[in-house]
Design a protein around this ligand. Structure first.
Ligand code: SF4
Length: 708
């Protein structure tokens, strides 16, 4: 139908970390989706995924009422019975085995309000920090890198900086496909000002490289050498901002500038597999350009050295003082719509709410007191990969999985299957009842989806933006925060009687403001200006970048005054000793498997898979190979091949994009186990993690390819 049945609603796209504004007009048979010209993050732009949102709203495949598994079969249950089952089983397991025997595994797809309540439930009332999130797989290395350098998990700049920069360095980021409307802004800026120099650093020649003046096809896992080399070059060629370094930083020493041959461009170029002339061209351009934005994404984060990679980039910006001013700074591009919101409320197992620290007794007591909670977790919980190991080992006996599909998305995904198969209680909250993870659920809880639920998300530039409902709640689906509150109340916990999402947001804002005044715990994350919003003001909230100190005025940039969040106010250089990926290629497994996203799909396709238009871009899983490697493996373009590692195998069609180096293979992450042949590439990926962040090494698994 082309006749609207209600006025347009302004909301936010549920996919990537750009966080575009969407205008959704309800129609008799769905919704008309347009870009919101008034949204600061996107100014009316939408990519192909966002534009196709209207095609994903049908109820086919939706989980519409709670279900309980009995004798191997699911049967419908009422909410009352389902909530009672979850609450009583959680309570019994805690009583017998202690609070660390239960866990939650949540998601960057949750709204901040859902995340806040989940974190409060686990850390303040259950008394365990065993709540981790799929954001661990996405940007936890950036979180750890920010905390080491700045003293707090902060992205200093904003999207406008990409338009104001004279040079943009995109590291491990296929921005054209993974953050498309931001890439449109970069493209437009380049069209208007061709002197804007764009450098792409990526082992693959991706769509992003088409816009780049320079592509450095860095060998997988060698980014730290490249940026340590840059740091050394900058210091040796007079590009250091000595006044800034002296006044606002600590930790710069000679060892950092000379380690591991990084002062020798030929050594660095050889290690990174880059033409030394191109490397020098990059170093010279970086040294000569004041306004540089270095944006990085999963190619940096998803590594056993991910945190060091992040810090090696930040080090270069600290040395040159290029941070906190228009058109410059390191910039973490987050993958998910609300990865940042989850970080604000402490949704990772090693964080506390409101950017406070779990390992600091004063912070713990501040949060416990604010919540009036009976207890507070006093040590970090299990990070994603370790959590599922603990489930398999039987030390964690109950897990509540919310808005994520770990049987597809975690590394060594068959281990996740084994873990869930032996777990005493698996609760799954999702919009779909037919996911690989839901197949292991003992209790399934139907969740509201995009267009139905109400709350906030925070994008990569710290912009808090409302997601607003414009569709009726289908079946018996409920908001995730409501389900958590009901379980909490049934377990006898106080403090979970919210009237609506606005009350949760208000509590979140008050906690951010309260800690600094009452507990004298100064942090940049502050929402003072958003305290006290009633339902109406919350419903009308315009996108705003935190910190929000007074009024509804946001803060586009941080650190402009040279003050950082470490005690003493100085940023810290971090010594980053280069190290190779944990598992080497060679022998039985000669190729390095890299995994990543495609332009037109999202995560495990439970939503984008509904749109025929999106499926047209890439209808089936493929393995991208260099033709020479295909020849050696005895496989041909267009034919099926098996990709195997020590951990598992997947079948995919051989493709030659022309963008992949010899010795490498690329398989997209999206396909799941619901297809004729199980297409979960997660089963092939090694489970090594970064020792600081716990982020898995998705970008480097030794594999072999053979005819299927
Ligand atoms: Fe959605 Fe990201 Fe596309 Fe914007 S760029 S419409 S947030 S998927």
């Amino acid at each position: 139908s082309i006749i609207p049945i209600a006025a347009a609603v302004r909301t936010t796209c549920p996919y990537c970390g750009v966080g575009c504004g969407v205008k959704a007009t309800p129609m008799a048979d769905g919704a008309l989706i347009e870009g919101d010209p008034d949204h600061m993050a996107s100014r009316g732009r939408l990519c192909v995924k966002g534009s196709a949102l209207g095609e994903t709203l049908g109820l086919d495949g939706r989980l519409l009422r709670p279900a309980i598994r009995e004798g191997g079969h699911l049967r419908d249950a009422g909410w009352d019975e389902a909530i009672g089952t979850v609450a009583s089983r959680f309570a019994a397991i805690i009583a017998e085995h202690g609070p660390d025997a239960v866990a939650m595994y949540v998601s960057g797809q949750l709204l901040t309000e859902d995340y806040y309540v989940a974190n409060k439930f686990m850390k303040g009332y259950v008394g365990s920090a065993n709540i981790d999130t799929n954001s661990r797989l996405c940007m936890s290395s950036s979180v750890a890198g920010h905390k080491r350098a700045f003293g707090e998990d902060l992205v200093p700049g904003c999207y406008e900086d990409f338009e104001l920069a004279d040079m943009i360095v995109l590291v491990g980021s296929n921005t054209a496909w993974c953050h498309p409307t931001l890439f449109q802004r970069i493209t437009r800026a380049k069209e208007l000002r061709p002197s804007l120099r764009i450098v792409a650093i990526d082992p693959r020649r991706t769509a992003t490289c088409e816009l780049a003046d320079l592509h450095l096809p860095v060998k997988a896992g060698t980014d730290v050498w490249l940026f340590n080399g840059l740091l050394s070059y900058l210091a040796r060629h007079g590009a250091a901002n000595e006044a800034f370094v002296a006044a606002h930083t600590a930790g710069l020493d000679a060892a950092l500038l000379e380690a591991d041959g990084c002062a020798d461009i030929d050594v660095v170029a050889r290690t990174c597999g880059i033409d030394p002339r191109k490397l020098l061209e990059f170093y010279e351009a970086f040294a000569a350009t004041g306004k540089v934005v270095t944006a990085f994404s999963q190619g940096v984060n998803q590594s056993s050295a991910g945190t060091d990679k992040v810090n090696s980039i930040i080090n270069c910006h600290l040395l040159t003082g290029r941070i906190g001013q228009p058109g410059m700074g390191p910039f973490s591009l987050t993958g998910q719509p609300n990865a940042m919101g989850g970080r604000e409320v402490g949704g990772l197992a090693n964080m506390l709410a409101a950017h406070l620290e779990l390992d600091q007794p004063a912070h713990r007591e501040a949060v416990r007191g604010f919540w009036d909670a009976p207890r507070i977790a006093d040590k970090p919980g299990l990070k994603a990969v370790d959590l599922f190991r603990a489930i398999e080992a039987g030390t964690v006996k109950a897990v509540w999985i919310m808005a994520t599909n770990p049987v597809v998305s975690l590394p060594d995904a068959d281990q996740v299957k084994r873990a869930l198969a032996r777990c005493e209680l698996v609760v799954v909250s999702d919009v779909s009842g037919a996911t690989d993870t839901a197949a292991f659920g003992h209790v399934l809880l139907p969740a509201l989806g995009w267009g139905e639920k109400d709350g906030t998300v925070t994008n990569s530039e710290r912009c808090i933006s409302r997601q607003r409902g414009f569709l009726p709640s289908p079946g018996e689906a409920r908001a995730d925060w409501e389900a958590i509150c009901q379980v909490a109340q049934r377990m006898g916990f106080q403090g979970f009687d919210y009237e609506g999402a606005h009350e949760i947001f208000d509590e979140h804002a008050r906690l951010s403001a309260w800690k600094s005044s009452e507990a004298e715990l100064a942090r940049a994350f502050r929402l003072d200006g958003l305290v006290g919003m009633g339902r109406e003001a919350y419903d009308a909230l315009e996108p705003v970048q935190w910190p929000v100190l007074r009024g509804r005025e946001g803060t586009p940039r941080l650190f402009g005054d040279g003050r950082f969040s470490h005690p003493g106010g100085k940023a810290r250089f971090v010594t980053t000793a280069p190290r190779a990926p944990v598992h080497k290629t060679g022998g039985e497994f000669p190729l390095a498997l890299n995994t990543g996203r495609l332009r037109d799909q999202w995560h495990t396709m439970t939503r984008t898979g509904k749109s025929p238009r999106l499926a047209g871009h890439s209808p089936e899983p493929f393995v991208d190979l260099h033709p020479h490697d295909a020849l050696l493996a005895g496989v041909k373009e267009g034919e099926l091949a098996r990709v195997s590692s020590r951990w598992g195998a997947v079948v995919a069609r051989v493709a030659h994009s022309g963008g992949i180096a010899r010795g490498a293979a690329f398989v997209p992450i999206h396909w799941n186990g619901q297809t004729a042949s199980d297409a979960r590439v997660g089963a092939v990926v090694n489970p090594e993690v970064d020792p600081v962040s716990g982020e898995p090494e998705f970008k480097h698994t030794p594999v072999r390819v053979e005819p299927f």
